[in-house]
Design a protein around this ligand. Structure first.
Ligand code: PGA
Length: 260
């Protein structure tokens, strides 16, 4: 069992990006290739419409790709859905499931998220499973019970730890410019590691736990240096190559990882 986890900095472009945005992806690729992103693994999750072109543009290069969601079935009569197999075929190695915007905008439940995670694994993808509490839940002291419930209900039982990434994203921190205190982030990540150990005995040290929600160049060093924080899921700041590279650059000098 490794006692060091390679940090992962993943960019979630959400519903942003047209063909012209491939230039920004090329700038990220070139920046990473030039060593400006340090030692972290770098993954971009562009909209599905750009995935194949982006993966081709970066083929053989230092960045990986992921989808932002997937359907449950491999193929079939599901208008508008994109399967995990299609993402893989388009060049993805990862898929995000359970993002709070999917849960809120599309009413995705933990059991649907679990089925989507299983679909991603079936297709050979690694899964970035998002969990996080709302502001009301945090204020009510329910943050930990909320995320442990999400973890328990949306993690497929037989998930291989090597292909699992957890993203802790407090809903109220996403796109708001507000982040939890470093103490709260560290406490939640430690708690998630403990819950993972319960669900995947002996394997929790392998699983990377990312923080997401208003990660910016100005707060990246503090947040990503915390114990049990193994990287970031970055929304808005991943749309600009310079900002995204600055965030990943936190891992430049020496890998910031917690001991396993
Ligand atoms: P943000 O989004 O960085 O824009 O807050 C993070 C996310 O939703 O993954």
């Amino acid at each position: 069992m490794p006692d060091r986890r390679r940090p992962l900095v993943a960019g979630n472009w959400k519903m942003n990006g047209l063909g012209a945005s491939l230039a920004e992806i090329a700038a990220i690729r070139d920046g990473v290739a030039a060593g400006r992103a340090g030692s972290a693994e770098i993954v971009l999750c562009p909209p599905a419409t750009l995935l194949m072109a982006a993966a081709e543009l970066c083929e053989g290069g230092p960045i990986g790709f992921g989808g932002q969601d997937c359907g449950v079935e491999a193929s079939g009569a599901h208008t508008g859905d994109i399967s995990a197999e299609m993402l893989k075929d388009a060049g993805a190695a990862y898929v995000i499931v359970g993002h709070s915007e999917r849960r809120a905008d599309h009413g995705e439940t933990d059991s649907l998220v679990r089925a989507k995670a299983a679909a991603g694994l079936r297709a050979g993808l690694s899964v970035i499973l998002c969990v996080g509490e709302t502001r009301a839940e945090r204020e009510a002291g329910e943050a930990m019970s909320k995320v442990s419930g999400q973890l328990a209900q949306s993690l497929p039982a037989d998930v291989p730890a090597t292909r699992l990434v957890i993203a802790y994203e407090p809903v109220w921190a996403i796109g708001s410019g507000v982040t939890p205190t470093p103490q709260d982030v560290a406490a939640m990540h430690g708690f998630l590691r403990e819950r993972l150990e319960h669900q995947l005995p002996g394997k929790a040290a392998i699983v990377r736990i990312l923080y997401g929600g208003s990660v910016k160049p100005a707060n990246a060093a503090e947040l990503l240096g915390l114990p049990d924080v193994d990287g970031a899921l970055v929304g808005g700041a991943s749309l600009k190559a310079t900002e995204f590279l600055q965030i990943a650059h936190v891992y430049q000098a020496s890998e910031v990882t917690s001991s396993g």
